[in-house]
Ligand binder design. Structure first.
Ligand code: MF3
Ligand code: CO
Length: 294
């Protein structure tokens, strides 16, 4: 089969855990994926496809992730330090039985990433970073609940923000929405990033190439890598059950980034012009997609 795993017999139980016979469950699905594989398309490993039970688990995790970002939306404003935001997120997540996925992830020291203005991603919360009028900030939050991962991020405009920064924030969200509109069951992942890039480029903005979205669910970062500058007609087949993020980082100036911060994490635009990012998590369904976290 397409992923080197053996298939059950027609009358055996399906591999997906539904308890149904293979012929009544994933047989047609597997034949379709196998045929695409034989035509040379990149197809997802079966282990990446989420079962209904796993999707329910991810949704419970995402309920915390969405709740915590809603809380940030209520409280954020000028005079708040990113350290305070980190504490809100840690406390809310733990009170709801979750674990902040960022904390200790590959040595990351905090529970959330807070990326202000020219910071592209992985800004580390600090008592020294106090939000002020005119800032734009991305709050990128990820949660583990019962082993299930959720991940989403939003932008916040603090006080009176310049027209050009507000436009960057709004158009970055629309670029993400253009990517979502390209998510089609049995379509190709490359079409998603191509749609993001085309939209952002038409607005006069550039798209960060080094970072992208990712598969997610049973681990924080699973295959595939979701480029936001991909070529149409390329990439993995979006079989129903694929769960991944779309999270474009869009720059006002050049797409070049600077990764030389001594903390080993914080990424800035090379030209120090502002950058914005929104992130959602979704699962591909038989008819389209369902948003899981936002
Ligand atoms: N939340 C980020 C993502 O969207 C990952 C942050 S990893 C951290 O994939 F260690 F920096 F927190
Ligand atoms: Co992510």
């Amino acid at each position: 089969m397409y992923d080197n795993l053996k298939s059950p017999g027609r009358n055996d139980e399906c591999w997906c855990g539904s308890g149904r016979k293979y012929k009544k469950c994933h047989l047609d699905f597997d034949e379709r994926l196998q045929s695409l594989y034989e035509q040379g398309f990149e197809v997802p490993q079966r282990s990446l496809l989420k079962t209904p039970e796993e999707i329910e688990g991810i949704k419970r995790s995402a309920a915390i992730n969405i709740g915590v970002l809603d809380l940030v939306a209520e409280r954020i404003g000028a005079g708040v330090s990113t350290e305070e935001i980190d504490k809100w997120i840690y406390d809310y997540t733990v009170e709801h039985g979750g674990i902040p996925a960022d904390l200790d992830y590959e040595g990351y020291p905090k529970s959330v990433c807070t990326s202000i203005n020219e910071v592209v991603c992985h800004g580390i919360p600090s008592p020294d970073d106090v939000l002020k009028d005119g800032d734009i900030v991305n709050v990128d939050c990820s949660t583990i609940l019962d082993g299930y991962y959720s991940d989403s991020s939003r932008m916040f405009c603090i006080g009176e923000v310049s027209d050009e920064k507000r436009r960057l924030v709004e158009e970055t969200k629309k670029a993400l929405e253009a990517g979502l509109a390209a998510v089609k069951p049995w379509g190709l992942l490359g079409d998603v990033g191509a749609a993001v890039h085309e939209y952002a480029h038409a607005q006069g903005f550039s798209v960060v190439r080094e970072f992208g979205g990712h598969g997610i669910g049973l681990e924080f970062h699973e295959d595939p890598f979701v480029s936001h500058v991909s070529e149409p007609g390329t990439g993995m087949v979006l079989a129903p059950g694929c769960c991944f993020t779309i999270e474009p980082m869009i720059n006002m100036g050049s797409h070049d980034i600077d990764m030389t911060d001594p903390n080993g994490w914080t990424v800035r635009t090379a030209d120090r012009k502002p950058s914005a990012q929104w992130e959602v998590q979704l699962v591909v369904t038989e008819t389209g997609y369902e948003l899981l976290s936002w």
